[in-house]
Design a protein around this ligand. Structure first.
Ligand SMILES: Cc1cc2nc3c(=O)[nH]c(=O)nc-3n(C[C@H](O)[C@H](O)[C@H](O)COP(=O)(O)O)c2cc1C
Length: 438
């Protein structure tokens, strides 16, 4: 493929079913910011961060996951739009959301709010009582309490809350919303037979397990109307034995075809099998990643090709894209319409502009350097498990801390070490949890 074809593909506009046109094919994918205040409201740091990301060239920026339930959060420092609590929705909270949306869209980028419920993946220091479709505990270093199974009426109420949060996103100037149906959070946990053991209308057959997602999409669409972008992030596979499979994913995409989705983002994995970050989880309950996808720079392209064959809506694939050639060939093959990129934006906020201007061909991939050792999960007694935990949390902390630097108007600190990031991450999470005022 010639250079000019490559650049043209990344720079092509894309008109979505709702009528909105994205100016190019690059998206800054969702990354949890940890910049919320003690009452889980947006701050000046969100404003500064998204002013930088919005000016950095992507047609579309997705926010980190905004919580619809302030009691069950993904981590401290979240923003919550919990319509049952005044501090989430009063005029002061809305003003802060408006400032965030205004900053992110000032340069013409779309800014869509990702809305989510953490479900059972809310750590002990962030939630006393996680919630799930069933009381199936996440077994990860003892850090997650057993979730309480939701009652039918509570499920209906949460679905309405997704709709109400989307309405506030629209009213405060976000130009679209994304429903987080991936990565093992509440909606995703309803999809999986491992975490959803219900026998009522929300469990059992896939049509029942998908009901939470489908009803949420309908509630959101009902509130925002047909001309406003609504996206869904979905796993291509949970990569967990007995879990939400690729075949399940294809069936859910067929169901979503009737729901007026503007962009379907494809990812994969959960906290147990963190394939979303290109990492392997516990070997004994893992489903292997397809070899043809492993051979390519982006993690889920093989899956996306099969999804493309059944999907009626535009697709975005996120995970692993680092080279302009890799992105252009994925667009040229038709496997995806948009390229989702996350981690490179933590150290290079103008990554999209640089790709479009051809000043870089390759985005940074610091995750490949942030490793003490590469190894599979073993028994908790094994020192290899300790390496794995430090690798995972240290690398995650490294990216969180770069996001905070950008939010403070600084540049990324590329010399920051893995161990320092790990220690600081633990300190930040626990001290923020202690300061929460809910
Ligand atoms: C620091 C960090 C925070 C993340 N937060 C979210 C999030 O809030 N919502 C989400 O859907 N994915 C989240 N992700 C996953 C990314 O959106 C993306 O799927 C993943 O990083 C793979 O893309 P990449 O290889 O370009 O980084 C996060 C990833 C990182 C590294």
């Amino acid at each position: 493929m010639s250079q000019s074809e490559t650049v043209d593909l990344l720079a092509q506009p894309l008109t979505l079913p709702c009528g909105i046109t994205l100016q190019n094919r690059l998206c800054k994918a969702a990354m949890t910011e940890g910049l919320g205040d003690r009452q889980l409201r947006a701050t000046e740091r969100h404003r500064r961060l998204y002013a930088r990301w919005g000016a950095g060239g992507p047609a579309l920026c997705l926010t980190g996951n905004v919580m619809i339930d302030r009691w069950v959060i993904e981590r401290p420092g979240k923003v919550a739009i919990d319509t049952t609590h005044p501090a989430s929705v009063d005029e002061a909270a809305r003003q802060r959301l408006r400032a965030w949306a205004e900053a992110g869209t000032a340069n013409g980028a779309q800014l869509w709010m990702q809305i989510s419920h953490a479900g059972r993946q809310s750590p002990r220091y962030a939630a006393k009582q996680p919630l799930g479709p069933s009381a199936v505990q996440l077994d990860l270093m003892g850090n997650y309490a057993r979730p309480r199974a939701l009652e039918d009426g509570e499920i209906c109420e949460l679905i309405q809350r997704f709709g109400a949060a989307a309405g506030i996103a629209k009213e405060t100037g976000f130009t679209g919303v994304q429903i987080h149906g991936a990565h093992g959070y509440l909606i995703s946990s309803f999809l999986s037979p491992v975490t959803n053991r219900r026998t009522d209308r929300w469990g059992g057959e896939l049509i029942n397990r998908a009901r939470f997602l489908l009803e949420t999409v309908r509630a959101v669409r009902h509130v925002v109307g047909r001309d406003y972008p609504v996206s869904v992030k979905l796993n291509s596979d949970d990569f967990r034995k007995g879990g939400f499979s690729h075949e399940d994913c294809l069936s859910v995409v067929r169901m979503l075809n009737d729901e007026h989705i503007d962009l379907l983002e494809i990812s994969g994995g959960t906290y147990e099998q963190p394939q979303l970050l290109g990492l392997a989880g516990r070997a004994n309950d893992a489903v292997a990643v397809k070899p043809s996808t492993r051979a390519r720079e982006a993690y889920f392209l093989h899956y996306a090709a099969q999804i493309r064959a059944v999907a009626a809506m535009p697709l975005m694939v996120t995970g692993g894209f680092r080279s302009r050639d890799g992105m252009a060939s994925a667009l040229a093959s038709g496997e995806t319409d948009m390229i989702g990129i996350a981690r490179p934006f933590c150290t290079m906020p103008d990554a999209a502009a640089a790709l479009l201007a051809r000043t870089v061909d390759q985005l940074p991939a610091y995750e490949q350097r942030l490793r003490l050792a590469n190894s599979g999960w073993r028994s908790p007694a094994s020192p290899i498990l300790l390496f794995k935990v430090i690798n995972m949390l240290g690398a995650q902390g490294w990216y969180y801390q770069q996001i905070e630097r950008l939010a403070d108007g600084k540049d990324a600190d590329l010399d920051r070490g893995l161990m320092r990031s790990f220690g600081r991450h633990l300190w930040d999470e626990l001290s923020r949890a202690a300061r929460l005022r809910r």
